[in-house]
Design a protein around this ligand. Structure first.
Ligand SMILES: [Cu+2]
Length: 125
């Protein structure tokens, strides 16, 4: 079995607001297939990150869903068949924090977030 690379990914946490519609563009820069599963999140099947949706190296997948979950802490992790453990071990997992609509947002900006008042507060890129 090949040794996993020593390099670890920087953990990415995502903050979402209940009721917002989100669009997340996933680009696979690994040398092996991957796909992201939003663990505990109520999402349409096509946005659930099932292994059959895994994309190969260089591939892309767009998630589009409305946040239905109540406020809480969830998580995302890769879910390619037979490769999940190694990818999580190398750091590809993070928190998904859902906040209620009336909570201040974003509490802690995440990569790609647009600041409140920029006219596109619902979008994450
Ligand atoms: Cu899971």
């Amino acid at each position: 079995m090949p040794r996993p690379p020593a390099r670890r990914a920087r953990r990415i946490d995502v903050e979402l607001r209940r009721g917002e519609r989100v669009r997340i563009e996933f680009r696979n820069r690994l040398a092996e297939p991957s796909i992201i599963h939003w663990h505990g999140m109520i999402v349409p099947e096509a946005a659930d990150g099932h292994p059959r949706f895994a994309v190969g190296s260089g591939g892309e997948y767009v998630y589009d869903f409305t946040v239905r979950n109540p406020a809480g802490t969830y998580l995302h992790h890769p879910h390619p068949h037979g490769l999940t453990g190694g990818q999580v071990y190398r750091g590809l997992a993070g928190l998904v924090i859902v906040r209620e609509a009336e909570e201040r947002y974003p509490v802690r900006p995440h990569p790609g977030a647009r600041p409140p008042g920029s006219g596109d507060e619902d979008g994450i890129r």
